[in-house]
Design a protein around this ligand. Sequence first.
Ligand code: FAD
Length: 615
Amino acid sequence: PLESSPVNPSHATFDLFVQAQTCKDVKHHFTQLCRQLEIDPKDFGSFYAKLKERLNYWKAKALWTKLDKRASHEDYQQGKACTKNKCLVLGAGPCGLRVAIDLSLLGAQVVLLEKRETFSRNNVLHLWPYTIYDLRELGAKKFYGKFCSGSLDHISIRQLQLILLKVALLLGVEVHTGVEFQGLIEPSGENGWMAKLQPRSHPAAAFQFDVFISAGGGRFVPDGFKHKELRGKLAIGITANFINRHTAAETQVEEISGVARIYNQKFFQELLNETGIDLENIVYYKDDTHYFVMTAKKKSLLKKGVIKQDHNDADQLLAPANVDYEALCSYAYDAADFSTGGRLPDLQFAQNHVGQRDVAMFDFTCMHRAENASLVKERRGKKLLIGLVGDCLVEPFWPLGTGIARGFFAAFDAAWMVRSWGNGVPHLKVLAERESVYQLLSQTTPENTSKKYAAYSIDPRTRYLRVNLSAIQTHQVQHLYDVEKTHPSFKKQKESSLHMRQDSAGGSEELLKWCQKHTAGYKNVNVKDFTRSWRSGLALCALIHHFRPDLIDMSSLDESNCVHNNQLAFSILEKELGIPPVMSPNSLANTDHIDKLTMVLYLTQIQSGFALPKK
Ligand code: FAD
């Protein structure tokens, strides 16, 4: 009947929803649409089906075709894989929204919490080809006509959030903004796991869940997870956004997609000579704004008065009181102007969320990475599966633009984990599988991941080229199962862990023996464990030499040149066996940074690589 009425108000509302450009408007038009169509958005199980049935309008139908295609993927088991699961997702950044979409396609009830009320980040994200494909398949172009047209491969963070928010709402995700997550509340009485929220009386505070996904960004890591700090050399990033008026003159200025210093020495030298600005790299994207991100050298920031006082500690160095905002604006302006050859006429800063010129300076010296991607907590017999995705799992280095690519991979991997959980796979197996996949995340590049984007799904095997879902075994993730000590299942856990340890000690012992056998007799090589013995890199080189003496000249290696030896072994193993390195040559050279589990996984891959019949 709605379809036959001559002027159907829901069509107009749907158009407004599709075109809405703020978080508030999206939510407003969505509520209106639900009211007009008389569908309760809380009825998540049948929401999308009802919406499709009642909004049988050609523009909407084009979108349903896309979403139906995605939803019909066999991995979602016709939306039945997780019908019993209730998921709380923290954070409406791109990764929280992306994982929420997949969880709802799996049939779970999904509640998403976001502390901000607005989407205001102008900064621009680089998209790998697969993310462009993925977002197109979710209907990105219908929500945002300019999405990656031509050769564009980027989008502003806020536009990406808007697209994903719209998809999430249409699929029945319950999104709450303006509410802050403050921690988990353990089960008590009849209640299961719940969240402590601000404001306290928020309706979502009554939600009980068995899955919690944190996509809280940056350094937001829930209790129970540990973070590793990867400390590099001092790296100071500056972002700046200028108004894009879309004039013909602006259109003609070319983007700069990552002029690394080493590739264009002349450019950076001229910049330094003419302006006193000294950069490691600079990226320029023309998007909703003219967006620049650059890594600047401390010395030039001090010289130009951007940083007032020198400090060794990066936090002190970049503390707001130590930064001259006016000088920072000039620095960013001059760098932008010079790098575009002065051809962007009338450069004017865009405004940030507090109405100031949109310039910011960030410290990339320490990048954080969670040691684990998953955890199970059990209290009073109630289990909670916890997973991390996005920046709170692995912090990206923005100038390289890895944030969304790896962030979406982690979102799919987390959804795959929840699928196993929903399918009743034992919790230790769920954790072991998730951690096996996580080992590969930091090494993913567009080159070493599958090019068959159309075949990508939440199943990791469709995306990672060499993934072994059982690389890590259940006994190796015991510590990720946190059960209260008084509960009967703790006893059970202890007993079974004892069993498993006994069974599987054989597993790594065998690997150790294999390593010893094939490195025996090499000078300065004495394999006794999975950590210290590998420090100098000679043991890895010896392993390679044992199987392929043509690839390495052992006599040219110096025991004290650890980083070089490690780098050499990593490169050969990657090139010849396709095994991506699992840590940096520096970390392996430093025993404090060697993680036994990682090394076991790496050596297992090497073992099977050499065991393959020679071509
Ligand atoms: P985010 O996008 O950071 O989202 C996390 C969300 O969780 C936020 O919306 C936050 O408000 C919410 N949240 C956090 N804690 C709570 C809580 N307790 N309760 C409720 N909600 C909470 N990447 C680039 O490639 N280039 C850039 O120039 C760039 N600029 C950035 C600028 C800023 C200010 C930030 C924060 C990030 C920037 N990034 C940039 C990183 C990029 O945004 C992320 O890689 C990408 O958005 C994926 O992140 P995410 O979804 O994991 O987290």
